[in-house]
Design a protein around this ligand. Structure first.
Ligand SMILES: Cc1cc2nc3c(=O)[nH]c(=O)nc-3n(C[C@H](O)[C@H](O)[C@H](O)COP(=O)(O)OP(=O)(O)OC[C@H]3O[C@@H](n4cnc5c(N)ncnc54)[C@H](O)[C@@H]3O)c2cc1C
Ligand SMILES: Cc1cc2nc3c(=O)[nH]c(=O)nc-3n(C[C@H](O)[C@H](O)[C@H](O)COP(=O)(O)O)c2cc1C
Length: 599
């Protein structure tokens, strides 16, 4: 269900045009609305009529625009970016493109859809991104219509180090076919180097749309195409930011090393509380040197991949994943190492193989199963080094042109010694004054309520508390009337109570209204935030019933437990059965009142 926009009386538009405008904008996401607004502004500036009917002769084309819907489901912005690229490319072909986020898509229109491109990532353990939950449920369910008139193609985004690689792309692709739709071309399954698969997939989509143009004589096309506004700094072109503060905020006796980082931003790098900062790390020089020595290279070998030529050392330090293994590399290595152990592992079931994979880094595999590699082949077998995201823990209204982060240093004991995460290690090792390549990854689904009088409930154990520091700063800066309730948890209060003094000061100042704590290893019985939530079930439900927004950030498993607790609260205190409780939570999610950022 999508809400019909309500327009104030528009003296310049008659009733018919007002209704047209309402229909046009119904269900569109923010980027499509911005596009329309930019388009209209461009026309106004040129003094041109809104849409020009262009004869086929004038345009040297003989077709009416093909109606195409580009639907995306995206958690951290990658699928959204590819969908926007696709929409722009198809508009360039003269197609009439509707770009829509999955949760803004009116599913009742699916039966009438003719050409649909779906770009969707996989999250959790083979789950849909939050914005596509409802759509996937609808399409997978019994209410899904027959789709014999539909032509479609799916681009999935995933990460091949997860056992359920691209599960969502696969599920939707198969389901559309089962519902009778015709696949335009094969599903794309993008890995962390998204463009390798997404770019050729997009070219195919473009070619298909060109081929689909019907033979109408006249076509209605926009005469001016407003280009979407792109941030100057983005994933492919990060900003070299200066690190100002790098401070450990867990006590020395804590096994967990969490850093509070303050990073100076270019003023053009705007963010909202809830957004994340993308960090492009470098592998530690010592890790690269050990690897190069093990492989018997000097590191100066020149390696060309595509158009880029760099030394082997440079490729490994700045451009290749050395900490996260993936099946493709292990497969190639098994052939070189001629190892029956590796062959057996590759033939094992997915969970067993994944356990083995996550316990090792590239160097561990080389140490355990020696083999010869030429530098070029080795670099080509590894995946490009992907940026990591960190929830921004500040509000610009309070900190100005800075972003603060709370980063847990990933340090695990592997079979061959301590394994460090590349990005958290890179950040932890960076001294004040160091340059850190960053960009802002907007998260439109994780936003404070526009109505500042609404209450908010925030569940953020561990570094999951980061965005809520930004939330409380922001709400305090704007003098929000709504109440703020935080649930925080960690193992020990003494050593891991992140931002303890700030929360206490906020409670005193009345900018934090409730703080519930769960320190799991300080008591004989382990207690977690989800238990605290259950204990406060009645009050939580009263807040929700009064219009509160509910946010969860942190580990995936915690997110699941909190969801289960919330569902039980809605059943018990809201007097609903299980199905009605699910509907209630789905509706909260759809309305932007239940948002999760789990990783
Ligand atoms: C939206 C979002 C917000 C986030 N916010 C924060 C935040 O505020 N604070 C914070 O500390 N973190 C946050 N994270 C997590 C962060 O992005 C990194 O994932 C984390 O810091 C680990 O990255 P790394 O490069 O240090 O470790 P990596 O180098 O990526 O991994 C280190 C080790 O982890 C193991 N491993 C873990 N998962 C896998 C897997 N799927 N496959 C294979 N190996 C695996 C491997 O053994 C590997 O060697 C957030 C993530 C997301 C998506
Ligand atoms: C918490 C988390 C869980 C993920 N789970 C999976 C998974 O099960 N399968 C997969 O193929 N990719 C998985 N991924 C990888 C994402 O699909 C990949 O990063 C994708 O590019 C994200 O696209 P988006 O930004 O549009 O959400 C996961 C990523 C995160 C952060």
């Amino acid at each position: 269900m999508s809400a019909q926009p309500i327009f104030p009386p528009l003296p310049l538009l008659d009733a018919e045009r007002s209704a047209l405008l309402a229909r046009l904008t119904d269900g569109l996401d923010a980027s499509a609305l911005h596009w329309i607004s930019g388009y209209a502004a461009g026309l106004a500036a040129r003094g041109a009529p809104a849409l020009a009917v262009v004869s086929a002769k004038d345009r040297d084309v003989d077709v009416a625009p093909t109606r195409v819907t580009v639907l995306y489901g995206s958690q951290t912005g990658n699928a959204k970016r590819e969908a926007e690229r696709l929409a722009e490319a198809l508009r360039g072909e003269g197609a009439d493109v509707r770009l829509v986020r999955a949760d803004a898509y009116p599913t009742r229109e699916l039966a009438d859809e003719r050409v649909l491109f779906v770009v969707i990532s996989t999250q959790g353990e083979g789950e849909p991104p939050d914005d596509a939950r409802g759509f996937v449920e609808f399409v997978s369910g019994r209410r899904a219509p027959k789709l014999e008139h539909l032509q479609f193609a799916v681009l999935g985004l995933g990460d091949s180090s997860y056992p359920q690689f691209n599960a969502m792309g696969r599920i939707l692709d198969a389901r559309f076919e089962a519902l009778g739709a015709k696949r335009l071309f094969a599903r794309g399954e993008a890995d962390v180097d998204v463009a390798t698969v997404a770019a050729p997939w997009l070219v195919q989509a473009r070619e298909q749309v060109r081929a689909l143009k019907s033979a109408n004589a006249a076509s209605v096309v926009p005469t001016a195409v407003a280009t979407a506004s792109h941030a100057a700094w983005h994933k492919e072109q990060p900003y070299a930011a200066e690190l100002i503060v790098n401070q450990r905020i867990t006590a020395r006796e804590s096994t967990q090393d969490v850093r509070h980082l303050e990073i100076a931003l270019d003023p053009s790098l705007a963010y909202e509380p809830g957004d994340a900062l993308g960090v492009k790390p470098r592998n530690a020089a010592a890790v690269v040197e050990r690897l190069v020595a093990r492989l018997g290279w000097s590191g100066h070998e020149s390696v060309r991949i595509g158009d880029e030529i760099r030394s082997a050392h440079d490729w490994l330090e700045g451009h290749r994943e050395l900490t996260r293994l993936h099946r493709g590399f292990v497969q190639q290595h098994a052939v070189r190492a001629k190892s029956s152990v590796l062959d057996a592992l590759l033939a094992a079931d997915a969970p067993a193989f994944n356990d083995w994979l996550t316990a090792r880094q590239v160097d561990d595999v080389l140490a355990e199963f020696p083999a010869e590699w030429a530098p070029g082949e080795f670099v080509a077998a590894l995946r490009p080094l992907a940026p990591r995201l960190y929830s921004i823990a500040s509000s610009r209204k309070v900190v100005g042109d800075e972003a603060h982060l709370a980063v847990a240093v990933f340090d695990a004991q592997g079979p061959f010694g301590v394994q460090r995460g590349v990005a958290s290690g890179f950040l932890a090792d960076a001294a004040a004054g160091a340059s850190v390549p960053v960009y802002v990854e907007a998260n439109e689904r994780f936003r404070l309520p526009q109505d500042a009088s609404r209450d908010v409930i925030m569940i953020g154990p561990g570094t999951g508390v980061a965005p809520f520091r930004g939330f409380v700063q922001e709400r305090s800066a704007v003098g929000a009337a709504g109440r703020n309730w935080l649930f925080f948890g960690a193992r020990h209060a003494r050593s891991q109570f992140l931002y303890q003094l700030e929360w206490q000061a906020a409670l005193k100042a009345g900018t934090l209204h409730r703080l519930d704590l769960a320190f799991s290893r300080d008591t004989a019985e382990r207690v977690y935030v989800q238990q605290r939530l259950r204990e406060q079930g009645r009050e939580v439900y009263t807040w929700l019933d009064g219009g509160a927004h509910f946010y969860v950030c942190g580990a995936i498993a915690m997110g699941k437990s909190v969801h289960a607790a919330l569902r039980d609260i809605v059943i018990e205190h809201g007097g609903r059965d299980a199905e009605a409780a699910d509907d209630y939570l789905n509706e909260l999610q759809r309305a932007g009142r239940y948002a999760r950022d789990v990783y």
